[in-house]
Design a protein around this ligand. Structure first.
Ligand code: ADP
Ligand code: MG
Length: 253
């Protein structure tokens, strides 16, 4: 039996690509209302871990439990509907569509299988409901004033926040963000950090893959560190910063 506050439990998960063990028997968990940082050098297995949790890739072994439910046989759409939403490492916004349409479309595409077909069958009412929901999420992240701009015309920092809004439109209880601060300027990172901490204060749980140590350490008191597929450390930022294996992985990498 698990504690009530445990939202996600990752139990000895493993992913092999042929002879390469990309994720090597990793364990960790995320509690309700907690931000957990997942860090590690390039190629450590962080994005693959996200792909396993979201059902994009099948596990080689191990199990993942979300809100007390094993996810083993669930499809990516089912996992999204259960309340796990994600952003991708590379932006997936459609630059020629409005910010509002991007948020509405992203939510719709991930909510339903056979998305394109069902999109063509959307009636006016469904469409209006999707757009309303999208507007609420944009307001939640402070981007209401940009909703009618083309997504491609926004700064990179704002685009990243739009991607957060798009994930939120699925009404998730867990948000997985893959390097949301990569390539952002200092002030853009500050803005993104404010959005994420406000979400956490509302009770959202976030698993955050991040390269920028300063960014992640401001947001979380719990870090999981991976290197070459293996979990090499776990703990508070202060503990992680003094950990020999972590220092070696980052300096020696
Ligand atoms: P990170 O996100 O930490 O940089 P990844 O999870 O993307 O690392 O990759 C971990 C390892 O798995 C890397 O060696 C990468 O080349 C490999 N890998 C990732 N996806 C695949 C795939 N679909 N097929 C084969 N190898 C992959
Ligand atoms: Mg990655």
């Amino acid at each position: 039996p698990q504690k009530d506050s445990t939202l996600l439990q990752v139990k000895t998960i493993r992913k092999q690509f042929g002879g390469l063990v990309a994720v090597n028997d990793i364990d960790f968990s995320v509690n309700a209302g907690q931000i957990v940082g997942l860090i590690g050098p390039n190629g450590a297995g962080k994005s693959t871990t996200f792909n396993l949790i979201t059902g994009v890739l099948p596990l080689t072994s191990g199990s993942i439990v979300f809100r007390g439910k094993p996810l083993a046989s669930a499809t990516a759409e089912e996992i999204a509907r259960l309340g796990v939403a994600r952003s991708f490492q590379h932006t997936q916004l459609l630059p020629q569509m409005s910010v509002l349409e991007n948020v509405a479309l992203g939510a719709h595409l991930r909510r339903s299988a056979g998305a394109l077909r069902s999109l063509l069958r959307l009636d006016r009412q469904d469409e209006a409901a999707l757009l309303r929901e999208a507007a609420i999420q944009l307001e939640r992240v402070g981007l209401a004033e940009s909703m009618h701009e083309l997504a491609g015309n926004l700064s990179l920092g704002k685009q990243r926040i739009v991607e957060v809004a798009r994930a939120l439109a699925l009404d998730p209880s867990l948000l997985l963000l893959d390097e949301p601060a990569a390539g952002l300027r200092y002030l853009e990172k500050q803005e993104l950090a404010e959005v994420l901490s406000a979400l956490r204060d509302e009770g959202m749980s976030i698993l955050l893959v991040e390269h920028d140590m300063d960014f992640v350490m401001k947001l979380t008191n719990h870090l999981v560190v991976m290197d070459f597929g293996t979990k090499i450390a776990e703990g508070s930022p202060a503990q992680i910063q003094q950990n020999e294996k972590v220092l070696q992985a980052y300096l020696g990498g």
